[in-house]
Design a protein around this ligand. Structure first.
Ligand SMILES: Nc1ncnc2c1ncn2[C@@H]1O[C@H](COP(=O)(O)OP(=O)(O)OP(=O)(O)O)[C@@H](O)[C@H]1O
Length: 258
């Protein structure tokens, strides 16, 4: 089952990028220069990861892409009516059930109740939490809460999915499991994705392209195409070709930090 209905307007391949950042820069009112001009285009069906040292402006870039923050200079164009944003923390409402947490965004957008529930149940099925729909968040593990957060954004049927280091606080096994879940969701829904992470291997494993940012003020200092198709499965983590790309990405990050 997918969350998206066939009759919904999907991004048309070849009709230009879903997200286009042109010379986007950010200086905060206190004078902090977070971003030097950054150009980034993301096409339909692309999964782009952004890696870079702490404080280089990755979250700032994502917030600008989502329209949650204004750039000081440059232009942002998002050709996506439906945008999903997953934060570093799951940010669930503790008094609501898993299902009604997933329904929240639809509720805020005025989606009728029956439709909301249908979408929430489809999203919960996709993330493997159907049996927990009636539970409160406190009864779930950290990884399960993050899955609820993913489902909440998926229920909006995002054409553009922005994820800010969603699995950073989880243990390695849980993170790997959620990476595989995310790959499955990407294969099923084919949204355009921008994924911020500190893990180079995670970035390469998930993405069609990895963008490396310099230390603050962040700018793009390297881009790497990952020439592996989807679906991707666990074994690819140990593929020498994939690990060579990861080594090149790490070298680029080290070089830019000198
Ligand atoms: N509202 C703000 N006012 C002033 N400075 C800010 C503000 N928000 C962020 N910054 C600064 O901008 C820089 C970039 O922050 P940002 O959170 O985008 O970095 P990041 O790459 O996502 O970091 P991390 O990887 O640690 O999450 C940092 O130096 C941060 O302190």
């Amino acid at each position: 089952m997918t969350v998206a209905d066939a009759d919904e307007a999907a991004p048309v391949p070849g009709a230009g990028p879903v997200l286009s950042l042109g010379a986007v820069a950010k200086r905060f009112p206190d004078g902090t220069r977070a971003l030097d001009p950054v150009d980034l285009d993301v096409a339909a069906g692309e999964f782009v990861s952004v890696v870079g040292p702490s404080g280089c402006g990755k979250t700032t870039l994502l917030r600008i892409a989502a329209g949650l923050a204004e750039p000081s200079a440059g232009a942002v164009a998002a050709r996506a009516d439906r945008l999903g944003y997953v934060f570093q923390d799951p940010t669930l409402l503790p008094w609501r059930s898993v299902r009604t947490n997933v329904e929240l965004f639809g509720e805020l957008r005025g989606v009728p109740r029956a439709e909301r529930r249908k979408r929430a149940d489809a999203a919960l099925e996709l993330v493997g939490l159907t049996d927990f729909a009636g539970h409160r968040p406190r009864a779930l593990s950290g990884g399960m809460r993050m899955r609820v957060s993913l489902a909440r954004s998926l229920s909006l049927r995002p054409e553009l999915f922005l994820l800010d280091e969603p699995f950073g606080s989880l243990d390695e096994i849980t993170r790997e499991r959620l990476d595989d879940d995310l790959l499955r969701l990407f294969a099923a829904e084919r949204f355009a994705a921008v994924f911020v992470t500190h893990s180079v291997l995670e970035a390469v494993y998930l993405s069609t392209r990895v963008v490396v940012m310099s230390p603050r003020p962040g700018r793009v200092c390297g881009e790497f195409t990952v020439p592996f198709g989807y679906p991707r499965t666990e074994g690819l983590r140990y593929d020498p070709g994939l690990n060579r790309i990861a080594a090149d990405v790490s070298a680029c990050m080290r070089e830019s930090a000198r």
